[in-house]
Design a protein around this ligand. Sequence first.
Ligand code: AQP
Length: 348
Amino acid sequence: MSRILSGIRPTGTLHLGNYLGAIQQWIELQTKHDVFYMVADLHAITTPYKPEELQNNIRNTVLDYLAAGLDPEKATIFVQSHVPEHSELMWLLGTITPVGELQRMVQFKEKSEQHKDFNQAGILNYPILMAADILLYKAMSVPVGDDQNQHVELARDLAKKFNREYGQTFPEPKAILTSGKRIMDLADPEQKMSKSLGGGIGLNDSPEEIAKKLKKAVTSSEPKVIRDAMHAAQNSHRATIDAWTGDPNLLKQFHGVRNLFTILFAVADRDTAVKWQTAAEDGTLKFSEFKPALAKAIADHFALFRERREVLASDTAHLDEIIADGAVKASIAAKQTLTEVQQKMGLR
Ligand code: AQP
């Protein structure tokens, strides 16, 4: 059984991007692998946040994990800061991390641009902490969305470098990406759906809220844009963007429609998916009908999630227990690796 690690920042309500990019595959992986899923609170404080809201956000994220189908009997579910070895390994890995590598990270550039008044070293050093998260558990695979792929590559480079300089210690981790690896904002489909942008479909949104948000989604009236976008969603690895790059308006429509089809293919049953695929293919698709149908498919997909979450939220003692057990289990693996690293680096 190989080790897997992943996490989500408790920065707000989890959205469809977090689910399709990460959690959906976490659920499948928990049955066959030794999985560690954390709530990345130390990562959450690298961008502006309210301390008085953090505990609530952490607990809500654990509730979301459980309601989505993560099982504490199969997965180690824990809060990152409850295992101090993460911060300690980060310091040690920092001694072999080139600053230039950190400065070229796309997310560092984006986040420091987005939070100009909060441009602290935490945003720059974020990938070293993420490498520590992964390597502390000697994880081989990291199921994440596209935006985190570059960080996983850095973790792999650091593992190789550490092994070269101090002796074989870490496996070389790889990202696992899905077709939902980059879900875009509905109203601004050139940006990824994000907690802080606020335009995302929350996993706990009511059917009415989902329908309301979908009404604002960017679409197209050009049959060829619709067809190409649907094909791109089907073959997400070889998207045919080229035809639309010359016209920014049509390109935006293409991204918007592709995003809607990516979501449809991920959440709808086969008959529903085929029905809209055929309509896009023969140029008869009407978004006034497609949007409510997609809203229903999403709402149905998360009906069980909403039910389970309500039940789980009413039992705070059970939640406390899961969080405490997770910290104990994660600490055992983390302490072992940290001691080994300290010995290899001559600190013990
Ligand atoms: N739009 C997305 N499409 C697919 N996957 C996504 N992920 C995030 N957004 C999308 C994946 O979800 C996991 C957890 O993300 P995170 O919360 O740790 O990272 P983030 O980039 O900070 O998420 P947000 O939602 O964009 O939050 P804010 O607005 O606070 O920055 C990761 O695997 C990520 O790839």
